[in-house]
Write a protein that binds this ligand. Structure first.
Ligand code: 13P
Length: 335
């Protein structure tokens, strides 16, 4: 087994998933301000350190995606943050894209940037302890979008990024996110997601990326948030499995979903059904940001010194999602 494949299995094996704590400072500021906590480097660290020192890290969280600020911070016990994470048995990872910018030629769409100087930045992150990385491409569904240009250019960037990451002995998370914003149907979401993912794999193969050493981080197949169509969780699972089975090459070891604005329970319930009916051969798990942190953040904001209470909320969510990744979750386990 290759070293990169081994890293993937360490992150996603035994129902473990990924905590996406890689919000940029601007996004984290929005999250903190929404619960009336000032966004200082100390507060951002305190919340994140609270999660990273939770007991569920050992059995549930196989990897944590960090942001540049956090990977360079030191914990209250004077450990580096990557060391704090690896001491729990989890692996530290890092977001390396520099954000989605307006796409020249199609100004309503976005292209993710960050390739310039990436090889040097990767070496630095590797030295700081990172074992895997993340890059997110983002696509909107409307009548005319995502355009061929956006599908092609984001796939190209994801492939160049992945090749550089593997060259530096880390596992790239390949995240093409088709947003749920809009009034599109689940069928449209499935068609567009399939087109986006297939194009990504064409480019990954051209760029000689070892598919056994990546993690795909896709959206689930959902109707748009403004769509009148209401589909059941069973249908979400069925459509998601069909879409991924037909667009992801079988060499890929693992798929870890983003939550994308679904509620905590919804994203757990959908993952549970996906795992229960999983006939794809891929490990299916989670790489959630909001769906793992929302409840904990809300609780913490009432008393930022209540570490234990915050950890209890986070531990519960992590445990529920790890059960869901094994198809063993049920609603009556929720508190
Ligand atoms: P959400 O689970 O909140 O969508 O975040 C996951 C992520 O990492 C987005 O890039």
């Amino acid at each position: 087994m290759s070293e990169l494949n081994n890293t993937v299995l360490k992150i996603l094996g035994n129902g473990k998933g990924i905590l996406a704590a890689d919000e940029s400072t601007a996004t984290m500021t929005k999250r903190l301000e929404s619960v009336d906590v000032p966004s200082t480097p100390e507060n951002r660290l305190l919340f994140r350190e609270t999660l990273f020192s939770s007991s569920s890290m050992k059995d549930c969280i196989g990897g944590v995606i960090l942001y540049d600020e956090t990977i360079k911070q030191t914990s209250s016990k004077k450990n580096t943050i990557p060391k704090l994470i690896s001491d729990t048995g989890s692996l530290p990872g890092i977001k390396v894209d520099t954000g989605a910018k307006i796409l020249a030629g199609s100004p309503d769409e976005k292209i993710t940037e960050g390739l310039d100087g990436l090889r040097e930045r990767l070496k630095e992150y590797y030295k700081l302890g990172a074992k895997f990385t993340k890059w997110r491409g983002v696509y909107n569904i409307t009548k005319n979008y995502p355009s061929k240009l956006s599908i092609h250019s984001n796939a190209h960037a994801l492939a160049r990024y992945s090749a550089l990451v593997q060259e530096c002995n880390m596992v790239p998370i390949v995240e093409p996110e088709v947003l749920m914003d809009g009034d599109h149907s689940a069928k449209e979401c499935s068609e567009k997601t399939s087109e986006v993912i297939k194009r990504c794999f064409e480019e990954l193969i051209i760029h000689k990326v070892d598919l056994k050493g990546i993690i795909l981080k896709p959206n689930m197949i959902l109707a748009g948030d403004k769509s009148k169509e209401k589909i059941t969780n069973e249908e979400v699972a069925k459509l998601t499995l069909e879409c991924l089975k037909s667009s992801v090459p079988s060499e890929v070891p693992g798929i870890a979903f983003l939550s994308g604005g679904q509620s905590e329970i919804e994203s757990t319930e959908n993952l549970n059904l996906i795992s229960k009916h999983n006939n794809t051969g891929f490990i299916m798990s989670y790489s959630y940001g909001r769906a793992l942190q929302q409840g904990a953040l809300k609780f913490w904001s009432k008393d930022i010194k209540d570490i234990e209470g915050t950890q209890q909320i986070f531990n519960h969510r992590a445990k529920m999602n790890t059960l869901a990744a094994q198809g063993k979750w049920s609603k009556d386990l929720e508190i």
